[in-house]
Write a protein that binds this ligand. Structure first.
Ligand SMILES: Nc1nc2c(c(=O)[nH]1)N[C@H]1C(S)=C(S)[C@@H](COP(=O)(O)OP(=O)(O)OC[C@H]3O[C@@H](n4cnc5c(N)ncnc54)[C@H](O)[C@@H]3O)O[C@H]1N2
Ligand code: MOO
Length: 464
């Protein structure tokens, strides 16, 4: 059958040929099939938050390298019992003063926080615990100790903070301010980091059906309209919110989104559009055209026209049942395509659940998965036939709940999750402000509703 006649509506499937995979299988399939990420060397001084380390960073020297004072005061010999001490020198600079002779009984040396301990000294007494007994008008000459002092008091020994050879940062660490500080504290010229994965984002569904084509004037034929067009939309037209939404999602997660535009859902345009996009990035996320409609060509184009392997064409979850994942090559480079459903909530939730961890893995993250926390439901929820990811907002703990770890007899304070209203896959408002995706099980004969106060798992998807 030619591809043109394959596209006739009479040839579409009446039952989906794609088994609906359990969620865990879908995620492990993706994680095992993603193309490798690429790496580059950068000067350590130019490391930026969000960059990911390729290899372990090891301390090259002790921190501190010498015995140093923790306080402003006087370096002394702890075992010295003299009640007063003559101030025989000053060590305020970090570098050791070679003119200072080793301390002997009855002597001390003035030091600052961070000064290297002078030879012979083994403790520091802070200035607040001393009295000035004698001076020459400008310099201190004799002090009295007002408190006892122990060996090692207020002294940092070499390697007390970091020992030479210690692992400072593991491979796969995502750099943030603290890690950049650590890197700066070690003598290191270059580090190897992963390149931030690029991801193309494409909306599909711009075409009208054959019958409409005969009756509609040409200028009205666009079903998906770019969001920059502020005209009144014609009946049946839809503003393309998926593309800006997913671009923003990927950007906010630290990846480089590339706009692959709106591609009409006809075979030739899809083939060209996908090939062009995959020359800009090895990962493509598309929305629309993956269900059972006559124009839902995406799976067929990926498999039959582009020779990609479809790892799954449906997932037993809500929202996002027809979510599709395929891998293949374009110009001999390995590529992955997440062909997500057109419904705006479905595409967003699927991008979060499938594409974000996959891109994190490509970007070298040691732990690409979302954080999962326990929350109590602030309202009861009717369960769906499919396991569902319900959008919710977390609020501070308000009540004690049975401990998910210790059992019903012990109680713990858990945060509450408030769902974001009606959860249908077209209602974008259900995403706004949500920082959790509640992972709810499918309903069973015995359990159709989760009552208020039930403890459930929640994936963290926004700032808490
Ligand atoms: N007979 C069946 N019909 C449907 C099934 C099914 O199993 N059997 N699955 C439903 C489910 S679940 C979903 S989810 C959707 C997915 O459909 P498609 O991926 O084929 O998406 P489209 O038909 O192209 O679009 C659906 C809907 O989404 C809106 N849309 C599409 N693109 C955009 C965009 N870029 N920006 C904003 N909104 C968009 C549009 O209103 C479409 O009507 O299929 C069900 N059907
Ligand atoms: O999965 Mo669909 O996403 O239920 O609307």
């Amino acid at each position: 059958m030619s591809s043109a006649s394959r596209d006739e509506v009479i040839h579409r499937h009446r039952v989906s040929p794609w088994p609906a995979l359990p969620m865990d299988d879908a995620i492990s399939t993706i994680m095992n099939s993603m193309p490798e990420g690429t790496c580059k060397f950068i000067p350590a001084t130019l490391a930026k938050p969000g960059q990911v380390l390729v290899s372990r960073v090891v301390a090259r020297s002790n921190v501190p390298e010498y015995h140093t004072s923790i306080k402003d005061g006087y370096a002394v010999i702890a075992s010295d019992t003299s009640p007063t001490r003559r101030v025989v020198g000053v060590q305020v600079a970090a570098a050791a003063d070679s003119t200072i002779t080793p301390l002997s009984s009855g002597q001390c040396i003035r030091v600052c926080t961070g000064s290297i301990l002078p030879p012979g000294a083994d403790a520091v007494v802070m200035v607040e615990h001393t009295e000035l007994i004698q001076h020459d008008g400008t310099e201190e000459q004799v002090i009295e100790m007002k408190a006892s002092v122990k060996k090692g008091q207020d002294v940092r020994s070499p390697g007390a903070d970091i020992r030479e050879g210690d692992t400072l940062l593991e491979a796969g660490t995502v750099l943030a301010a603290a890690e950049i500080g650590l890197l700066a504290s070690t003598a290191r010229r270059d580090i190897e980091v992963y390149r931030r994965p690029r991801v193309c984002v494409m909306s599909t569904g711009n075409e009208v059906s054959g019958r409409e084509r005969e009756t509609e004037p040409k200028k009205k034929r666009r079903k998906l309209v770019d969001c920059s067009v502020d005209d009144q939309l014609a009946a049946g037209q839809v503003r393309d919110s998926n593309r800006p939404q997913l671009m923003a999602l990927f950007h906010s997660r630290g990846f480089k989104p590339i706009d692959a535009g709106i591609i009409p859902d006809n075979r030739e345009s899809l083939i060209d559009g996908i090939k062009v996009a995959l020359r800009f990035a090895s990962v493509l996320v598309t929305t629309g055209g993956v269900s059972m409609g006559e124009k839902d060509l995406m799976k067929d184009v990926l498999e039959k026209d582009l020779g990609f392997k479809i790892h799954f064409g449906r997932v037993w979850m809500k929202p996002g049942l027809p979510a599709t994942f395929a891998t293949g090559t374009v110009d001999d480079s390995p590529c992955a395509v997440f062909a997500l459903p057109g419904n705006p909530v479905s595409s967003f939730v699927c991008a979060e659940l499938f594409a974000v961890p996959a891109l994190r893995k490509m970007g070298g993250y040691a732990n690409p998965d979302h954080s999962v926390i326990k929350v109590t439901l602030a309202n009861s929820i009717k369960l769906d036939a499919r396991p569902e990811y319900v959008r919710a907002v977390m609020r501070a703990p308000s009540a004690r709940a049975p401990s998910p770890i210790l059992g019903n007899s012990a109680t713990v304070l858990l945060p509450s999750a408030y769902t974001t209203g009606q959860q249908c896959s077209s209602r974008l408002l259900s995403l706004s402000g949500a920082n959790l995706l509640l992972r709810l099980p499918a309903r069973t004969d015995d359990c159709t509703v989760l009552p208020e106060g039930t403890v459930v798992d929640a994936l963290v998807v926004g700032n808490l």
